[in-house]
Design a protein around this ligand. Structure first.
Ligand code: PEP
Ligand code: MG
Length: 597
């Protein structure tokens, strides 16, 4: 890491929020919009050309029918808007468009989606060059229609799957967590998303996959072209377009140094996180997908501190049944045993929308909607099915249940009643369940912090979800890049809420864990330990770094620093103090840890 940074012209660098570790170098794979993936392939022969022309025709018909249906279904009071759909249908029949697509399929031998995409882009370019606001306003209609056509074609069976070039960097306006998880592992080297921030669920999934990611890279899609060479430096949130040879060489060297350094840390991952003055902290992994389980343990995770179960529900049209859930949970619990697995009950809502419940209401103001425990207590059948599967799996190891987004005692009592009933029901059926299944609560809503003494009295453990705690306390959407600078883990109110929660847990004699992103920060993790957190749970890639960091620290020092930091009146004060003190303690180690994470 001793190389001087290369000179990179300012206009080539996009600034976003870096997530995960490392550097990716590769060609851009642009996904135009969330709703479709652009397939690209060359047509081999005349038959393939005809097949693509047919697919295009079918998409035209399907889209026209769709517009006609939408027009018919407009409610009385909106019938004045029907002309929007007429205009779209006229656009669909536009001879320039039809000719352009036809040419690209017949002469350029491009697949139908790509032909439409390029034709739309060309028409869009012509429209935006015209100095007439009315004509320019048609631009979004054209783009909308192009998207609808491409989506219609991606719905049709038979076309090949999108081809991701080896080592490409996926660039998108926005991606759902499910979409990130469906990117082909091994082929995609990095991710750039225009929307979101470091705690969007898409970012968490990307981090879990170890993908260097930049979120909130506003405006990249206006400039980037598919295939543009890119460098993604997730450590500082930079996306560099068309880097010159020196920049590529510099980042390749940094990438190698980083990998060597990471390897060195990972080798010591199995040592416990015991501080130099003999204080032990448990370091757990956060699990999104079952496939990550081996990586959590290979990286030294001592258990699962947060199993985000909603991902099993997200990509599908029907709900998973008890048997299916049981099979997955059993596998996780049994392969983790004797290590504990903290299974968080469904946290649907916010940016995790269920395909079968993808309504306007569910998408609107999602963070304050029917989310997590609220959803479960309204959909008791869904909740019961999950609880039954968890309790059945508990017979195979050490399962713990964790309830998300608790904001009142009533919710806890209702959920616990249901948990008790479920257990009894299973025993009556003659099923095996573990003798003890601890029930813990996530503290991630300000109301829960205010009530934390009472809540701790009802719980076997507490776990602080700092991502939502920051979102709800500071009243800012954790996925909105416009307020990402205000998303401040070191805000005095956040620090005091965390301390308060840990103190209450300790007074009640129960363990307190932190499973939000703060547990994975090289400045915040020591602070949390200094506040008295018993466990930290994080994406697997970070586990070895945090363990090593704690092994090189004194608990007494972390306690002193934490106590002093708590007196800060502003974020700036807290952060300056933490940086000065924590960093100074182990400057060389921290310097390297910071560069690597
Ligand atoms: C949190 O809110 O900090 C948390 C761990 O839960 P999630 O990120 O899944 O909302
Ligand atoms: Mg949360």
């Amino acid at each position: 890491m001793n190389l001087p940074p290369p000179f990179v012209p300012k206009e080539a660098v996009f600034q976003g929020v870096g997530v995960g570790q490392g550097i990716a170098i590769g060609p851009a794979h642009v996904i135009g919009a969330t709703s479709y993936r652009l397939r690209r392939y060359k047509l081999a022969d005349e038959r393939a050309v005809q097949a693509e022309l047919d697919r295009f025709q079918a998409a035209l018909t399907q889209t026209e029918n769709q517009y006609a249906r939408a027009k018919r279904s407009l409610p009385e009071e909106l019938s004045g808007q029907a002309s929007i759909f007429d205009a779209l249908i006229v656009l669909l029949r536009d001879p320039t468009l039809l000719k352009s697509v036809d040419n690209r399929i017949r002469s350029d031998r491009l697949n139908a989606e790509l032909a439409v995409y390029l034709a739309i882009r060309e028409i869009g370019g012509l429209l935006s060059a015209i100095n007439d606001t009315h004509i320019r306003s048609r631009l979004s209609d054209v783009e909308q229609m192009g998207q609808a056509l491409i989506v219609a074609m991606s719905d049709q069976n038979g076309g090949p799957q999108p081809v991701f070039e080896e080592g490409c960097v996926v660039v998108a306006a926005d991606l759902s967590p499910a979409e990130v998880s469906s990117l082909p592992a091994g082929q995609v080297a990095g991710l750039v998303i225009e929307m979101g921030s470091q705690t969007s669920h898409a970012a968490l999934v990307a981090q879990a996959f170890g993908l260097p990611t930049v979120m909130g890279a506003a405006g990249v899609l206006k400039v980037l072209e598919h295939g543009d060479p890119l460098i993604v430096d997730a450590r500082v949130g930079h996306v560099i377009r068309n880097p010159d040879r020196d920049a590529v060489k510099f980042y390749q060297t940094s990438q190698r140094t980083l990998k060597d350094y990471q390897l060195e840390i990972v080798r010591s991952a199995h040592l416990p996180a015991v501080t130099l003055d003999d204080h032990s902290v448990e370091v757990f992994g956060n699990l999104e997908l079952v496939e990550e389980l081996p990586a959590i343990f290979a990286n030294g995770g001592e258990g699962i501190g947060l199993y985000r179960t909603e991902f099993l529900y997200l990509t599908r049209q029907e709900l998973p049944n008890e048997e299916e859930l049981y099979e997955v949970y059993r596998r996780v619990v049994a392969s983790a045993a004797p290590r504990p697995v903290t299974i968080r009950t469904l946290d649907l809502g916010a940016d995790k929308i269920l395909a079968i419940n993808d309504t306007k209401e569910a998408r609107e103001n999602q963070a304050l909607g029917l989310r997590a425990i609220r959803f479960c207590l309204k959909h008791l059948d869904v909740f019961r099915t999950q609880l039954r599967a968890i309790f059945r799996a508990s017979a195979h190891g050490r399962a713990r249940v964790m309830l998300p987004m608790i904001s009142s005692l009533d919710e806890v009592r209702k959920a616990k009643e249901l948990i008790l009933e479920t257990r009894e029901e299973l025993l009556k059926e003659g099923r095996r369940v573990a003798e003890e299944v601890q029930v813990g609560l996530m503290i991630e809503v300000p109301a829960a912090v205010v009530l934390v003494d009472e809540l701790a009295g009802e719980a076997d453990f507490l776990s602080i979800g700092t991502n939502d705690l920051i979102q709800y306390t500071l009243a800012l959407d954790r996925g909105n890049p416009e307020v990402s600078d205000l998303y401040q883990p070191f805000h005095p109110s956040i620090l005091r809420m965390i301390k308060r929660t840990i103190d209450s847990g300790q007074a009640a004699g129960i363990s307190v864990s932190v499973c939000g992103d703060m547990a994975a920060g090289h400045l915040s993790a020591p602070l949390l330990v200094g506040f008295g957190a018993d466990q930290l749970s994080m994406p697997f890639g970070i586990i070895p770094f945090i363990k090593r960091l704690l092994r090189m620290s004194f608990y007494e020092e972390m306690r002193e620093i934490a106590a002093e930091t708590l007196k800060a009146k502003t974020t700036e004060e807290a952060l300056t103090f933490v940086k000065a003190n924590i960093t100074a303690k182990n400057s060389e180690f921290f310097r390297r840890a910071r560069q690597a994470s």
